[in-house]
Write a protein of this length. Sequence first.
Length: 161
Amino acid sequence: MIGPFITRGLVLAFGYLYPAYECYKSVEMNKPDIEQLRFWCQYWILVAGLTVCERVGDMFIGWVPMYGEAKLAFFVYLWFPKTKGTTYVYDSFFRPYVAKHETEIDRSLLELRTRAGDMALLYWQKSASYAQNRILDILQYIASQSTPKRTAQVCIGIFFK
């Protein structure tokens, strides 16, 4: 069992950095290979899903011995050409699951976008109202500070004698 710091560094190197470089090389070829681009798209889709699950999983099973090493091995399994892990996991698990729930996912995303837009508008209106009130308060404060009290007292004295 290697230390968690080293494991995390290796996961970053072999799970993100090396695949990103290989993906870059595929994209920047004079004539990109469509199958290679498809492979890297599938890889990054799986990595995105794993990263989301990892945030929750680390809290609950991060204490399990060899958990970090297992994550590292899984990342290498996904991109290593001889194992074809990305293709297997994507075709066997990810694609069927997403295809089965695609309409629910689309509906949820649409609802989320609508709610997010409504919330953004609400907070924008509240922020604008708050800013307007603060600006008016500042202007009133400045106006009250700029009026000399002696002049005001003299004027009051003239009118009420």
